[in-house]
Structures are given as C-alpha cells and as structure tokens.
Ligand binder design. Structure first.
Ligand code: E4P
Length: 233
C-alpha cells in the first residue's frame, strides 16, 4: 500500500521524505490555507521535495471552472493530480480532464455508489473519507471493503485512496483490505514510526554498550546517541 501524507507543511513533508517512506501528497483547501503562503510558491516547494503524485484540489463549483483550474494545476508539474469534488459538476470535470490526459482524484466520497460513479467518469483515484464517516456514527472502513470488492468485480483500475485517517489502526485496516493508498496527517505517520518497546530496547542496548566501556574504531563518533553504527551494535 502506498503512503501519502495529508499536508502542505514543508517541514513535515521533508521529515518523511528523508525517511524514504512517502509515496505522495494529498492537500485540500483547508490544508493549503493553514500554511499561509502564496499558493504557487508553496506548491512549487512541495513538487521539488516529493517524487510521487501531489494532489491539489480545485475550488470552482462549476465544471468549466474546475477544468480550467485543473489545467492550470497540472501545468505546475507532471506529478500533479487534480482533485475534484464528488458532485455532478465534479464528475463532468473529471470526464473532461481525463480526456485531456490529466490525472484526477474524486474527493469527498462517502458511499460505494459515489465511488462507482467516480470510476466511470474516469477518475484515477477515489478518496473515501473514513474518519468523517466514523465521526458521523458510521463504520468508515466498511465502505473501503465494499468499494474494493466492487472495483475487483469489474476490473476497475481506479485506485482507492483511503482518506480522513485518524489513527494508525485505520492504516492497518486499510492495508489488510488491500487499499491502494492511505493518506494520513503527519501525527499519524509519526505514531506509525514509534513503538515504546523500540525505545526501551534501544536504551538497554546503549546502556549495556556504555557499561562495558566499548569503543568504536578510531575516527568514529563514540557518542552513543550519534550514528546508526552504534544503534546496530
Ligand atoms: C484527503 O485528501 C483529505 O485531504 C483528508 O484526508 C481529509 O481529512 P480530514 O477529515 O481529517 O479533514
């Protein structure tokens, strides 16, 4: 399963790019607004940092406007995926952008039927918002299972991008179901990196190393916290 980060925050993106765990980025107007920066400059910085798909959302309501915006966004870089909302106008825009060779992601999907229609319109990705469904008292992950089953039944190649992820268990569930992509906020990805037993185990290894008075070969750092060579000991 591919891991996308759901943010437009450059330091957060850089952290996970450096770890080599990021396959792409999703943004939405709320996330872009949070960064308080000129839009094109911000997107250019993201595109410079990230190798994989960068999802950017249109803000027009009518399909004509969405298509124009989609072309402008796609011109920013070959990895741009244009996010259109799951409305009739959004589907019209997806159909047009697909014909024009521009990749699309249908966002704000809350039912399997919406996902089926998004695929028929030609979406490359569909984004079911599971956390918001959970918040509303539904079982968000159930629609991921249903959408994947429907897509498999008809060999639909639209990718299921699990969105609105709230915690690491959502990620495990999405992966077990075989979702193509999970997009998550930086705090969730950070929680996936960490485990208390890793910290306890590492501390014990380093304490034992120090207690034994061991030294690294000449020229290497002897600070226990410093470099991977010590951590692997
Ligand atoms: C996905 O593309 C959306 O930006 C995102 O996952 C929405 O998540 P939220 O419900 O936490 O705002």
């Amino acid at each position: 399963m591919k891991i996308f980060l759901d943010t437009a925050n450059i330091p957060s993106i850089k952290t996970f790019v450096d770890m080599g765990v990021l396959d792409g980025i999703t943004t939405n107007p709320t996330l872009i607004a949070k960064e308080n920066r000129e839009f094109v400059e911000l997107v250019t910085d993201i595109l410079r940092l990230v190798q994989g798909p960068v999802n950017l959302e249109v803000v027009s309501q009518e399909s004509e406007g969405m298509v124009m915006e989609g072309h402008d966004l796609a011109a920013l870089g070959p990895s741009v995926v244009v996010k259109c909302p799951m409305t009739g106008e959004g589907l019209k825009a997806v159909r047009r952008l697909h014909k024009d060779g521009i990749k699309t992601n249908v966002t704000l999907v809350f039912s399997p039927n919406q996902a089926l229609l998004a695929a028929k319109a030609g979406a490359d990705y569909v984004s079911p918002f599971i956390g918001r469904l959970d918040d509303a008292g539904h079982e968000g992950m159930k629609i991921i299972d249903e959408i994947l089953q429907i897509y498999r039944n008809y060999n639909i190649d639209t990718q299921v991008l699990v969105a609105s992820i709230r915690h690491p268990v959502h990620v495990v569930e999405a992966a077990k179901l075989g979702a193509h992509v999970a997009t998550m906020p930086p705090d969730v990805l950070d929680k996936m990196v960490k485990h208390p037993l890793t910290d306890i185990g590492l501390k014990r290894f380093l304490d034992d190393w120090q207690k034994a008075g061991l030294k690294l070969p000449e020229g290497r750092s002897t600070a226990p916290k410093a470099k991977p060579m010590v951590q692997r000991a």
